[in-house]
Design a binder for this molecule. Structure first.
Ligand code: NAD
Ligand code: UGA
Length: 472
């Protein structure tokens, strides 16, 4: 077995939103370590290798400049999985773990087929002693599955041995680089103290020792699910309070200030919005619900499921109130959606509230024009699946959508603007100029508290703002 400080080669399976940024920062902070990120998806690997850094498959502020610094020096993107595994001292599994869509546990349990196939590939091609690190978010006890697959192989090849660690990732998209460079904590779970120490030494290149928490495997796996469940629950809580505000004349931003000033509650992650999106909160909550039911903890399962029920209600509540305010029908009306990403500073649309809200509005017969600074038209097409049409004269059905980056054509003759993502550029729009192009009465539905209510009132705009019972 190698000395802990001699671990020089890292391979990461999965060049996605986690694998790419995480390994880029690791390569930047550990110049003596060579890191290869591999992926089954050749076109994704090609994009990571593209000369033009604006083509990287993941948009994250600060990512392109790090890639420029380390790519080709100690960070490599490849589809030669066999070679990268056989040379690695440490392998991170950073593959997707979406909710199962069919079979036993469908709609709740995580689909571990990519994790399982990663373990099988590692078992086949690894050489010598390899530390295998679960970076993906997984159900509690998944390390047992990986261990069984690896150990079965190890039994037949005395030259191979494995240590399994859990090292969940807590980065949030849009702030991934800062989160990785200055993490609140790094969590390492395992029962092989040498392997834990080896991984810890890598993080200690840039993270202070006190921030590295070491636990057993199951605490580490569960802590990741628990962290996301707590964060998601905060959003459903503030959205529930926001709805009460709208009915009572309270204002959710004032309530946020009042409750967030209590240090025990804290001010962060209390922004009312159109419901949480992103690839993980829903998936990890569903996973928690499944796990709780599996262990017969039905009350616990119901508790966490309610967070999701509230979140889905919040999305539909917004589409319904748009229809209500626009006299109960969207037929013949032009609605503009500003923001399709699930949050600002990312091109990711997975589980974005914009998808559900747009689909619901399309069923009401609307013409919808969509804008997003980073999400592509092709991505929106995949998310909405149908109803695309560019020229209103060519429309075949009553409802259709199109994509534009031209604010003038977006606002022109629109009946309503719905702000769904808090992009900085929306905050600084020339609202006076653009709202003047709208059809009257003109509505703005602000689900992200971006626009200034006084300014909108002066412009003669009808405004609905999330969690605001003070607007008339
Ligand atoms: P992703 O879909 O962006 O990337 C996963 C990649 O893994 C894909 O490119 C896929 O082609 C590749 N892959 C699948 N099987 C493979 C295999 N056997 N070998 C090589 N490549 C393989 O997913 P992501 O957003 O990066 O998430 C990865 C994991 O990290 C998930 O478990 C997720 O829950 C967790 N996570 C995500 C975030 C986030 O912000 N996106 C944050 C923390 C944790
Ligand atoms: C979240 C967690 O914050 C990360 O710690 C975790 O690693 C990650 O999930 C994961 O496991 O994938 P992410 O989904 O990228 O990160 O982004 P968040 O900032 O958490 O936002 C999630 C959703 O909640 C977004 O739709 C956002 O707009 C919404 N949100 C967030 C609110 O509506 N209000 C808030 O106050 C905060």
């Amino acid at each position: 077995m190698k000395n802990k400080a001699d671990l020089k080669k890292i391979t990461c399976l999965g060049a996605g939103y986690v694998g790419g940024p995480t390994m880029a920062v690791m390569a930047d902070r550990c110049n003596s370590i060579e890191i290869t990120i591999v992926d089954l998806n050749q076109s994704k690997v090609d994009l990571w290798n593209s000369e033009d850094l604006s083509n990287l498959p993941v948009f994250e502020p600060g990512l392109a400049s790090i890639i420029k610094k380390v790519r080709g020096k100690n960070l490599f993107f490849s589809s030669d999985i066999q070679k990268a595994i056989s040379e690695a001292d440490i392998i991170f599994i950073s593959v997707n773990t979406p909710t199962k869509t069919s079979g036993y546990g469908a709609g709740f349990a995580s689909d571990l087929k990519w994790v399982e196939s990663s373990a099988r590939t590692i078992a086949n091609f690894a050489t010598g002693h390899t530390i295998v690190v679960e970076k993906s978010t997984v159900p509690v006890k998944t390390a047992e599955v990986i261990k069984t697959i690896l150990n079965y192989n190890q039994n037949y090849d005395a030259k191979k041995s494995f240590s399994i660690l859990s090292n969940p990732e807590f980065l949030a998209e849009g702030t991934a680089i800062n989160d990785l460079e200055n993490p609140d904590r790094v969590l390492i779970g395992g029962n092989d103290s040498d392997a834990i120490e080896s991984l810890s030494l890598i993080y200690e290149h840039w993270v202070s020792k006190e921030k590295i928490i070491k636990t057993n495997l199951w605490s580490s796996e569960l802590s990741k699910l628990a962290a996301n469940a707590f964060l998601a629950q905060r959003i459903s809580s503030i959205n529930a309070i926001g709805a009460i505000c709208e009915s009572t004349g309270a204002n959710v931003r004032e309530v946020k200030l009042a409750i967030g000033s209590d240090k025990r509650i804290g001010e962060r992650f209390l922004n009312a919005g159109p419901g949480f999106g992103g690839s993980c909160f829903q998936k990890d909550l569903l996973n928690m619900v499944y796990l709780s039911k599996y262990y017969g903890l039905n009350e616990v399962a119901n508790y966490w499921e309610q967070v999701l029920i509230l979140n889905n209600w919040q999305k539909s509540r917004i589409s319904k109130l748009v229809v209500d305010k626009l006299f109960g029908t969207l037929n013949g009306k032009k609605i503009a959606i500003l923001g399709f990403a699930f949050k600002a500073n990312t091109n990711d649309t997975r589980e974005s509230s914009a998808i559900k809200i747009t689909k619901e509005l399309l069923t009401e017969g609307a013409e919808i024009v969509i804008h997003d600074p980073k999400v592509t038209k092709d991505q929106i097409k995949k998310d909405l699946e149908k109803n695309e049409g560019k020229d209103p004269k060519q429309k075949e059905s009553n409802s259709f959508w199109w994509f534009s980056k031209d604010y003038e054509e977006i606002f022109k003759n629109s009946d309503a603007i719905i702000i769904l993502t808090e992009w900085e550029e929306y905050k600084t729009l020339n609202w006076k100029f653009y709202t003047n192009l709208m059809r009257k009465p003109s509505w703005i539905f602000d689900s992200r508290s971006i626009v200034n209510p006084k300014e909108m009132k002066n412009l003669g705009i009808k405004l609905w703002r999330i969690g605001d019972g003070t607007l008339d």
